[in-house]
Design a protein around this ligand. Structure first.
Ligand code: GGG
Length: 350
């Protein structure tokens, strides 16, 4: 029997709705198929925790989270309570950095039965590998002068090690898929970092002569996501470009409520973290209509990560069947509640 301990952080808003239901799905899967037992360590970190304690997590929070095999996170942020940069850097980005989760892997595809803005939705099936530890997400910079002379300076950081790691991962992943890697660049506008990014991409690509390698400026790439989705298999992108591209990808999938992600620790020293792409969605919090699929597909990525790919496939297959039957939340045109979709998925787990 494989035991997997999870540090569970529902976080804010709809995270508190979709995370507990996803644990029910995992428990059902484990009970039906055996071979695995999940142990949950619950943490109430988030914006309410901040209001009570002045921090997004406990002082020893990282040590406590680090005692579990993986982190299962819902959503972070409630701008009405805590400024977004405080909540994100105090929890989500803090965990990514402290646990050296240097890659964020985000698959995107359109499920049968779900309406997408694309005319050929089957053509859209890709994975974005996002560099997750540096790039434009940096604390280097500051503000100088005051009033009309005030200046904010934000430096981005690109290391050869982390950039190569992301590019290498993308090429390895492409070997298991359709064999093509596209690099998201902007070397015509960003003077130092992006020519460097291109240089690293070209260097790594030489090790993979059998893989189709290309670079595209992020603006054109974002547009082509919609006009020529069939061109893309694996995309490697910087922290910010990857974040933006995957929101566009989620919109093409029908809703950001569907999209999953894995923040991977690559050195085996710390847990990886699994979180949907969506945020806390305060506009629909408490209505019982949040789409649970992003969190449940995220659970599939967690299973894959722990070597339980067969169980992961059972889970995703159940989601596929539910969508084919038209059981879906209002964000993708359905009339079902979060709980109804989760119950339908549980019933489809065979
Ligand atoms: N699911 C976690 C979450 O709340 N993400 C919201 C967000 O703003 N993420 C930014 C990022 O992934 O860098």
């Amino acid at each position: 029997m494989k035991k997997i301990s999870l540090a569970v952080i529902p976080g804010d808003g709809i995270g508190q709705e979709v995370v507990p239901l996803s644990l029910k799905v995992l428990d059902h899967l484990a009970a039906l198929h055996g071979g695995v037992k999940f142990e949950y360590n619950h943490f109430d970190y988030g914006c309410d925790y901040y209001l009570k304690h002045g921090n997004m997590m406990a002082e020893d929070g990282i040590d406590r989270l680090g005692q579990s095999d993986s982190v299962f996170l819902g959503a972070v942020g409630d701008a009405g309570k805590v400024p977004d940069h405080i909540s994100l850097w105090g929890l989500l980005i803090k965990i990514r950095r402290e646990f050296q989760q240097e890659l964020n892997v985000r698959p995107a595809r359109v499920f049968e039965g779900v309406k997408s803005p694309l005319s050929n939705p089957k053509d859209f099936d890709l994975i974005v590998v996002r560099e997750n530890s540096e790039g434009e997400y940096s604390e280097v910079g500051g503000r100088i002068f005051q009033e009309e002379n005030e200046i904010a300076i934000q430096n981005s950081i690109f290391s050869r090690r982390a950039t190569s790691q992301a590019v290498n991962y993308a090429f390895e992943l492409a070997k298991t898929r359709r064999g093509s890697v596209t690099s998201a660049t902007k070397s015509n506008g960003i003077f130092h970092a992006m020519p460097f990014w291109d240089e690293v991409f070209n260097d790594v690509s030489k090790k993979y002569p059998e893989t189709l390698a290309s670079s595209q400026h992020i603006d054109a790439l974002a547009a082509s996501f919609v006009t020529h989705p069939e061109r893309y298999d694996v995309i490697v992108a910087s922290n910010l470009f990857g974040d933006i591209l995957t929101d566009i990808g989620a919109a093409i999938m029908g809703s950001i409520g569907i999209a999953p992600s894995a923040n991977l620790n690559m050195n085996g020293k710390h847990p990886s973290m699994f979180e949907p792409v969506h945020g806390s969605a305060p506009d629909i919090t408490g209505k019982g209509t949040a789409n649970p699929v992003g969190q449940i597909w995220t659970a599939k990525m967690l299973l894959d990560h722990h070597g339980l790919e067969e169980l992961g496939d059972v889970l995703l297959n159940a989601v596929e069947q539910v969508f084919k039957k038209g059981i879906m939340t209002p964000d993708i045109g359905g009339t079902s509640s979060t709980e109804e979709v989760v119950s339908a998925i549980i019933s489809e787990i065979k």
